[in-house]
Design a protein around this ligand. Structure first.
Ligand SMILES: Cc1cc2nc3c(=O)[nH]c(=O)nc-3n(C[C@H](O)[C@H](O)[C@H](O)COP(=O)(O)OP(=O)(O)OC[C@H]3O[C@@H](n4cnc5c(N)ncnc54)[C@H](O)[C@@H]3O)c2cc1C
Length: 372
């Protein structure tokens, strides 16, 4: 059988693209080298982000932030889509969007948050600047004395175990085929499309979407294309369950931190701290300690809480944090769905747009600024 679309990679990007393309009537085959959701999409911290991350803003500056801020409309669109996905896909995704608060660790960092918020607001993102009195009144669970913060009402969290499997289920119901244990090892151009070899079998397709996450550079290389995707080992930890304390996603400008409380009660502590490589990614206990100390500095109520699990995984990164999206100009019919660092948030909207592009339709969001 000849397919309209082969999608390489069974993470959120691949399963969501398969769903939107199959729903639109395309004959789709999803090729996954291991099993679905075993990569970053099923191992991430589950934060739904919209604010420009502070750590690169500090290191790369305001010009970088202005260039990067072109992704904010994608986050806004995607969070809007996330909000309707439980109904559309018919399943619980653990999606909650009550807001995210970036707490300033010093007056200087508060000033930087003001500068950053102006860049974010220029892209249509709502950011409310809070002063020390606002923090004392609205966030009494924080250590007293921080000068303020930036609150974004659309941020939140969702469950990384649920979204890609549910997209896959609905994609298959719409007719998409799946090959597990099928690493793509060759892609050859042929009249009318491509011959894609995966797990020893060759399938013939009109178009290809590379959604291979941290391994996307190797897959792109199969058609002679260089993409600036890097693989980084990072980690997250989760504590024992406690009664509700944190209503929002929290960040801290002093050092890398994301902190939130899962619906079940555990605190998820992350922010992109480095893990170690020992054949694959493994937890670095020095990162656990520093990450935990930071969380405790922000929220003293975490002082007595035990960590029960930590894990490491490979995240797809790019040096400038921008995604690489759309059709590759020198290889017509070959598409990239590569959203780095925060691809859990952006996955739904970006994948819907990539599916539209790959089927020759107009996408709902403009991906042109992110083409190769
Ligand atoms: C620890 C951690 C925490 C994170 N926290 C957050 C967060 O809180 N919020 C957020 O928005 N983002 C977060 N991210 C980032 C986010 O998880 C990723 O950007 C996103 O999941 C990428 O999705 P993907 O589908 O592109 O890649 P993946 O989920 O990695 O899927 C890629 C798939 O491609 C398959 N593959 C690779 N090569 C081949 C091949 N040759 N043939 C066939 N299949 C292949 C892989 O096996 C894999 O299943 C985090 C990431 C990590 C690792």
């Amino acid at each position: 059988m000849r397919y309209d679309l082969a999608i390489i990679g069974g993470g959120l990007a691949g399963t969501a693209t398969a769903y939107y393309a199959a729903r639109a009537g395309a004959r789709v085959i999803l090729l996954e080298r291991r099993d679905v959701n075993l990569g970053a999409s099923g191992s991430n911290a589950g934060s739904i982000h919209a604010q420009i991350p502070f750590d690169p803003f500090r290191h790369l500056g305001a010009d970088w932030a202005r260039h990067y801020s072109e992704v904010l409309p994608l986050f806004i669109e995607s969070i809007g889509l996330w909000a309707g996905l439980e109904d559309e896909l018919g399943g619980d995704l653990g999606f909650v969007a009550k807001g995210g608060l970036m707490v300033a660790g010093s007056e200087h960092e508060m000033e930087m948050l003001r500068e950053k918020s102006a860049i974010e607001q220029a892209q249509g993102l709502q950011i409310d600047l809070w002063d020390a009195d606002d923090l004392a009144e609205r966030a009494p669970f924080l250590t007293a004395g921080f000068p303020g913060g930036a609150f974004c009402p659309i941020e939140g969290k969702a469950d990384p175990f649920r979204i890609a499997p549910l997209f896959l289920k609905r994609a298959r119901a719409a007719g998409a085929a799946l090959r597990r244990n099928a690493p793509v090892t060759a892609i050859a151009r042929e009249p009318g499309g491509f011959a894609v070899t995966a797990g020893g079998e060759t399938v013939h397709v009109a178009r290809v979407v590379n959604a291979a996450g941290a391994h996307a550079a190797e897959v792109a290389q199969l058609v002679g294309v260089h993409v600036p995707i890097e693989a980084h080992a990072i980690q997250v930890c989760v504590t024992e369950k406690r009664p509700p304390l944190l209503p929002w996603l929290l960040y801290f400008t002093s050092e890398k931190l994301t902190l939130k409380q899962a619906i079940e009660g555990g605190f998820l502590i992350g922010g992109g701290w480095p893990a170690r490589m020992r054949g694959g990614p493994v937890v670095d206990h020095r990162s656990v300690l520093r990450n935990l100390a930071l969380a405790q500095r922000l929220v003293p109520g975490l002082g007595e809480v035990q960590i029960v699990r930590s894990w490491a995984a490979m995240v797809n990164g790019t040096p400038d944090w921008r995604p690489v999206l759309g059709e590759v100009p020198q290889v017509p019919g070959f598409f990239l769905n590569l959203f780095p660092w925060m691809g859990f948030t952006a996955g739904p909207a970006v994948s819907r747009a990539i599916a539209a592009l790959a089927l020759g339709q107009a996408p709902e969001v403009d991906l042109a600024p992110f083409s190769l």
